[in-house]
Design a protein around this ligand. Structure first.
Ligand code: GLU
Length: 470
């Protein structure tokens, strides 16, 4: 699906090249930043129902300027080395943009998880994890995976347990992977973090009326017509949050088997339920079904949120995209060529390396939580509550006014882990938006994508130069 002229890696490199040109970076340094540091290619056998099956997997290490290197593990039949390398590069840039002190990495296994039982998936995952761990591609200090397409908490728990048995003397073993179930050291809010991050980015965008006007829009997120592609973890949560909490109207949902369209709005929750039950969206009663799902990307709308695969907006359809804003919740949904077409047509692109960084931001919180061996808020929750009560009492005494109900509750509530994670994520996404905006203005750039990449390349270049690795 990626632009035929270029591979996914080429597309990512060309975005980086643009940033290198803006910065006037020396060629050697630029290629050190862009190049993938190491790629592990694996072929590992697993016995499935009495027969040996050989699986192909990878783990790409794009950068090690910060350690550990970080990035998810993807299970899909489309996984290949080029994809894993491109996604690893995006991880490096993503972490730099949102100030998460990690290098970039990514892994994947070429597999259709729906074809295997739970026990088989456990064996395959454990074997893959063992291969990674014994080759130095899995450790809390150097390389920390997380969920990606086709993987989730379940796989992370298996990876954790595999590492723990190989390294029982590593006191930080829990930090070898993020996106774990909470009872195994995961952090609250990680499952929905990427979708929550997309919501925080959109809220921040709509706080800047000049950016909103430049996209040809007015007002806030409420009432905006949204076309959403993909109801996986990221698309589901992003769509659910912006519609249920911000009043955006989901007018179309594109899934594997086709698209649903309803100008009056579609319930993300109901469609997700239907999808889980029926394996597709066809036949969903409260919207019209369109067989050619990708044509719906071209529908008139305010916001297009591609939250599925890479390369879905390419030079073949880019000039027909009518959305005013494309919020790239997926990794690499717009090819380099398509990016240029959209920008020339005045479409605002909020780039993937920033928009979908919420997952790794909360992974960072999880990793820090694991290294500190204590849940966020455990020490201060009750302390903050009693401090709140004391302040309220003092105010009540001096003013004679008595606080009740919701106000009293809000002012005397100590922060729990979920509240702290959300606050940290919101702050990070807002801070990064400001940095990207400032970069765009100071360098006179046309688009957010180039500005975001300039920030990433500049930060990584600085860290290379500071330690003098060249
Ligand atoms: N797979 C996610 C991504 O593409 C999360 C990576 C992580 O948390 O390390 O950003």
């Amino acid at each position: 699906m990626v632009d035929k002229e270029f591979s996914f890696c080429d597309n990512v490199d060309r975005m980086a090249d643009k940033a290198v040109d803006v910065l006037g970076l020396e060629k050697g340094l630029a290629s050190a930043i862009k190049g993938c540091n190491a790629v592990l290619e694996l072929r590992f056998p697993v016995e499935i129902q009495g027969k040996v099956e050989v699986f192909k997997g990878w783990r790409a290490l794009h950068s090690i300027h910060r350690l550990p290197s970080k990035g998810g593990i993807r299970y899909a039949t489309t996984v290949n080395q080029d994809e894993v390398k491109a996604l690893a590069a995006l991880m490096s840039y993503k972490c730099a943009i949102v100030d998460v002190p990690f290098g970039g990495s990514k892994g994947g296994v070429c597999i259709d998880p729906s074809k295997y039982t739970r026990d088989e998936m456990r064996m395959i995952t454990r074997r893959y994890a063992r291969e990674l761990a014994t080759r130095g591609f899995l450790s809390p200090s150097t390389n920390v995976p997380a969920p990606d397409m086709g993987t989730g908490q379940r796989e992370m728990a298996w990876i954790l347990d595999t590492y723990k048995h190989l390294h029982p003397d590593d006191i930080n073993y829990v930090a070898c992977v993020t996106g774990k179930p909470v009872h195994l050291g995961g952090v609250r809010g990680r499952v929905e973090a990427t979708g929550r991050g997309v919501q925080y980015v959109l809220r921040e965008f709509f706080r800047h009326s000049d950016d909103v006007a430049a996209a040809g829009l007015t007002g806030g997120l409420g009432g905006k017509r949204v076309v959403l592609q993909g109801l996986g973890n990221v698309g589901y949560h992003a769509g659910k949050f912006v519609s249920e909490e911000d009043g955006a109207l989901i007018v179309a949902i594109i899934e594997r088997d086709g698209a649903l369209v309803n100008e009056a709005g579609i319930s993300v929750e109901k469609v997700k339920e239907y999808l889980l039950e029926n394996g597709g969206v066809k036949g969903y009663p409260e919207a019209a079904f369109v067989e050619d799902g990708s044509s719906v990307l071209e529908m008139e709308c305010d916001l297009l949120i591609p939250a599925a695969l890479e390369g879905v907006i390419h030079k073949g359809n880019a000039h027909r995209i009518k959305a005013r804003v494309v919020a790239e919740a997926a990794n690499g949904p717009t090819t380099f060529a398509a990016d240029e077409i959209l920008v020339n047509n005045g479409v605002t692109i909020l780039p993937d390396a920033y928009v979908n960084a919420g997952g790794v931001v909360v992974s960072y919180f999880e990793w820090v939580r694991n290294l500190s061996h204590i849940r966020f808020g455990r020490m201060e929750k009750r302390f903050e509550e009693s401090r709140g009560r004391q302040i309220i009492e003092a105010i009540q005494e001096s003013t004679g006014k008595v606080f009740t109900g919701a106000t009293l509750g809000a002012l005397t509530k100590g922060p729990d882990e979920l509240a702290l994670v959300r606050s940290g994520l919101d702050d990070t996404m807002r801070g990064a938006y400001e940095q990207i905006r400032q970069m765009k203005e100071s360098k006179g750039l046309k688009d957010f994508s180039t500005a975001a990449f300039v920030i990433a390349i500049e930060k990584i270049a600085r860290s290379y130069q500071d330690v003098g690795v060249l």
